[in-house]
Design a protein around this ligand. Structure first.
Ligand code: HEM
Length: 338
């Protein structure tokens, strides 16, 4: 059942039975938490206890290389290593800075697409273009090279089909990156300098360097494929959905759009066509628009399903170890009381 269908049912169950509701879903016990204080207690105050994930269903097990991806990994040293690798090596602000050229590249792709549609007199379907631009950006961050349109299209196709042909397309990209890394080590000092100037660390580079702490081994190619797929998947629809809603609201509320224009005019440098990335820090109104967009239209209405590492009590309710626990974060953000 989709979130849109289950949410109204849960709303009425919560109104009748209180902030925590348990449903039997097939063989699973699924708990739904609607109260922000309970969510804070679980996810912030006792985060380690609530950081586990329920066992994955059979198909998910295959796609995730037996739960060797961040979002479906059990709580423990492997999850910590994979998560720290992503947050510290790729998504950390200092690293994000090194992808400026990649963002400029996709911004140009986005602009070209909008302009060519406008010239052809066709209505612009922004979502499709946001998705494409985000996908191009993440592919570059993942594999380190600018791939051509055909290669990107192929990755997008296999990503949709999930398992079919997936490895055939991604493994050669991982191997190419591995080879480039080895060649880099063997370069002369002079060559190395030029090369290093252009070299931007990719997600695959960081994965190649990892060693799993419990199993004392490197990641297999299959596990790397699953992690790359998670990276592309988790970052594309979330960001493009958020962008689409933000743009729709700017159209719906012209007075907000006007205020944003005033802020843009205040920071854009004379003679410059675009805002420089560092100027974004001076744009509190833009930041407020983004945060409000995420609050009103969160791309995910629940966080991913969590599980507890031991039987616990949350508020006055029992949470058994084998239950799936879901937090209704969209509802919490819409609560008129806060
Ligand atoms: C507007 C953009 C985004 C939104 C709204 C969003 C939302 C979320 C949510 C709700 C979760 C579940 C957290 C939980 O279960 O506790 C999550 C997890 C995750 N997201 Fe995002 N996300 C966004 C962008 C991204 C991007 C750009 C990436 C990577 C390129 C990413 C990678 C991940 C990963 C790997 C996880 C699993 C984390 C874990 O289990 O520890 N997300 N995201």
């Amino acid at each position: 059942m989709s979130a849109f269908k289950v949410e109204p049912i849960l709303r009425s169950l919560h109104a009748k039975f209180g902030p925590m509701v348990t449903l039997r879903m097939g063989t699973r016990t699924a708990i739904f938490v609607a109260d922000r204080t309970l969510a804070h207690e679980a996810l912030i105050q006792s985060s380690a206890v609530y950081a586990d994930r329920p066992p994955a269903a059979a198909t998910r097990k295959i796609i995730s290389s037996n739960q060797h991806v961040i979002g479906y990994c059990s709580y423990g040293p492997t999850w910590r290593l994979l998560r720290r690798n992503l947050t510290a090596e790729i998504l950390h602000p200092s690293r994000v800075k090194s992808y400026t050229h990649a963002r400029n590249w996709v911004l140009q792709i986005l602009q070209n697409r909008f302009e060519s549609q406008a010239k052809a007199g066709r209505p612009i379907c922004s979502m499709e273009h946001f998705q494409h631009a985000m996908f191009c950006l993440l592919v570059l961050m993942c594999f380190g090279d600018k791939l051509d349109e055909d290669q990107i299209k192929r990755i997008k196709e296999v990503q949709r089909q999930m398992i079919v042909n997936f490895h055939d397309v991604l493994i050669p990209l991982i191997r190419a990156r591995k080879k480039a890394k080895e060649e880099r080590v063997n370069k002369s000092k002079e060559d190395k300098k030029d090369y290093e100037d252009e070299y931007v660390l990719s997600y695959v580079d960081t994965l190649l360097a990892l060693e799993l702490p419990e199993e004392k081994r490197k990641l297999t190619e299959e596990e790397m494929v699953s992690l790359c797929s998670e990276f592309l998947d988790a970052g594309t629809d979330t960001t493009s959905t958020a962008l689409q809603w933000i743009m729709a609201n700017l159209v719906k509320y012209p007075q907000i759009q006007e205020k944003l224009f005033v802020e843009i005019k205040g920071v854009v440098q004379d003679g410059e066509e675009r805002i420089k990335e560092e100027e974004l820090q001076k744009m509190p109104y833009l930041k407020a628009i983004i945060l409000e967009g995420l609050r009103r239209h969160p791309p995910a209405h629940f966080v991913l399903p969590h599980a507890v590492t031991e039987d616990v009590i949350l508020g006055k309710y029992a949470v058994p170890k084998d239950a799936t626990i879901n937090f209704m974060v969209a509802e919490m953000g819409w609560d008129p009381k806060v």
